[in-house]
Ligand binder design. Structure first.
Ligand code: GLV
Length: 331
């Protein structure tokens, strides 16, 4: 008998077909929202799950589902998973790194440029029929070329963003839990600074750090107050890293110039104050959303699930395990 798995959200049909070669697949192709109770019900008796970054899988759920052996996120971020609890329970957890790095870095730049140069605000202005004549100060923004780029969180995506900065003649400063090796810093032309210096010196600050209790509200009122009034802030990482209420106040008071946000606290809800300030570009968590990358993420999540449940060509060796320690003693 094939093991049973759940795919929690709609996904490419050919990926479902591939999973069905190995598993009995309970798929949610109708894309119904599965709340915690529905997730528990649909996961009962399942050996694995191909999950989405919004599916919360914690220790209590893992304990209530003794058959569950593998949780495979279709996302690089995995703050939706209680990894220590899954590890303690012997459940393999995987994510989808690398395949989305360049696409996400591209989008960081898209958001930065549209924020600093007021692209969406300009389009709204034009569509609203407000464009009557040229004027010297109409919708003026902040320069990208030659400005100082600050990056908070210098993992794969942060480094891919930094590499692109060379084309814009931008000095790069960064802050991270651990400093990069000197040769990597040199190759990226990036200078390590303390968080306060990063906040004070960056003309454009991009957040690409993982969400955790330690990074909750890493950018709040106090941090925003340290930024230049001409600065832009871009959040590509996770909602909750920025205190959205404090950001909306700073944007309204123009203590920073503008912000670009792809992620929100409590998304898909967006703090109502952010919806009423003009100097913010808002996108619905689409940084990795290119056709090629979303397919690659879905396929990598499927590869992980197949291998984690001891099937397919990589049986027992999922390509991107978050908790490798669990492999020798997994359920
Ligand atoms: C998207 O947010 C991801 O973590 O892949």
């Amino acid at each position: 008998m094939k093991p049973s798995i759940l795919v929690t959200r709609a996904i490419y049909p050919d990926v479902i077909d591939r999973l069905a070669q190995y598993f009995d697949v309970d798929s949610n192709q109708e894309d119904a929202v599965l709340d915690a109770a529905a997730l528990h019900d649909r996961l009962t008796g399942k050996a694995g799950v191909l999950a989405n970054a919004a599916d919360r899988i914690d220790g209590a759920l893992a304990a209530a589902l003794p058959q569950l052996r593998a949780v495979c996120n279709m996302a690089v971020g995995y703050n939706n998973l209680d990894v220590p609890a899954l590890t303690a329970a012997g459940v393999v957890a995987t994510n989808t790194p690398d395949v989305l790095t360049e696409t996400t870095a591209d989008f960081g730049w898209a958001l930065l440029m549209s924020t600093a140069r007021r692209v969406t605000e300009s389009e709204h202005y034009l569509r609203a029929g407000k464009w009557e004549r040229w004027s010297y100060d109409m919708l003026v923004g902040m320069d990208i070329f030659g400005a100082t780029l600050g990056i908070l969180g210098m993992g794969r995506i942060g480094q891919a963003i930094a590499r692109r900065a060379a084309g814009f003649g931008m000095p790069v400063i960064y802050h991270n839990r651990s400093r990069l090796p000197a040769d990597t810093e040199q190759a990226l032309n990036a200078r390590y600074v303390g968080k306060d210096e990063l906040l004070a010196q960056a003309d454009h600050l991009i957040l690409v750090l993982p969400y955790s209790p330690e990074s909750h509200h890493a950018i709040g009122a106090a941090e925003l107050a340290k930024m230049k009034p001409t600065a832009t802030l871009i959040n590509l990482a996770r909602g909750g890293i920025v205190d959205d209420a404090a950001l909306a106040s700073a944007l309204r008071a123009r203590t920073i110039f503008a912000a670009g946000l792809d992620v929100f606290e409590g998304e898909p809800s967006v703090h109502p104050d952010l919806l009423t300030v003009p100097n913010v570009v808002l996108t619905p968590h689409i940084a990795s959303a290119s056709e090629k990358t979303r397919r690659a993420m879905a396929n990598l999540a499927a590869d992980n699930l197949i291998a984690a449940l001891d099937a397919g060509p990589n049986a027992g060796h999922p390509p991107s395990v978050i908790n490798p320690d669990v492999l020798p003693r997994r359920r």
